[in-house]
Design a protein around this ligand. Sequence first.
Ligand code: SAM
Length: 275
Amino acid sequence: MELWYTEKQTENFGITAKIKQTYVHEQTDFQELAMIETEEWGNMLVLDGMVMTTVRDEFVYHEMVTHPALFTHPNPENVLVVGGGDGGVIREVLKHPKVKKAVLVDIDGKVIEYSKQYLPSIAGKLDDARVSVQVDDGFKHIHDHKNTYDVILADTTEPVGPAVQLFTRGFYQGIYESLKDDGLFVAQTDNPWFKADLIRTVNRDVKEVFPIVRVFTANIPTYPSGLWTFTMGSKKHDPLNVKKEDIAELDTKYYTPSIHFAAFALPKFVEDLTK
Ligand code: SAM
């Protein structure tokens, strides 16, 4: 018998992958968690019925949450990752030699535990000496840590369950206060095909808080519609003013110095969401 996992985007459309085996399927204190082995994408983490990451295409998302931000900030010594319990963003953050400390705050310890077990190529750097892993609410963490971070990366679930408050103006204001004077942040902001209103609202809210706001995209085949957006809010540094020759070569598979700039060139219908 063939088993297929389907993530429904609307009542009429979803994305689907053939399942080889299911390792874990349980309700944690915060969300429904599944760890599945798929034929096409390798091991896949699913939370509340939504694909979070797969071994085969995870590099796109994790590199793009991280490198545009860390190459825009001239000296990213202290970095906070909100969410990100699979460890992929932390792995990318640690590729930057200027990083002295990376704090990961995920609300759900089960995500961290199962990612270490079933996604070792993603979670493998969570035990690095520069990393502090904390199981806590990211909203609370930023409000308890004012003027602390150079860069904050919000690698969160979509705005359901525990992540609802991570897509509010109050969250962006908290991030602003948790950043140092020249700090900046990036948040994943979903896709423009099915979540146009979300992108529009986030853009409006971030603009109320940060003087520099930029949206960029990446192609992620296992996320709904494949076209994913990220929003950067910055106090001082503009990603478009980075000098290309200052972008050091890193061991990446998606991000390059050219992608750093190209990613900010938006299709018209996406650009319209930012006006
Ligand atoms: N890359 C994914 C995506 O966009 O589909 C998201 C990655 S997943 C690791 C996001 C993480 O955010 C989950 O592990 C979840 O537990 C965490 N999370 C949700 N709400 C949170 C909160 N309020 N504070 C901290 N972490 C939270």
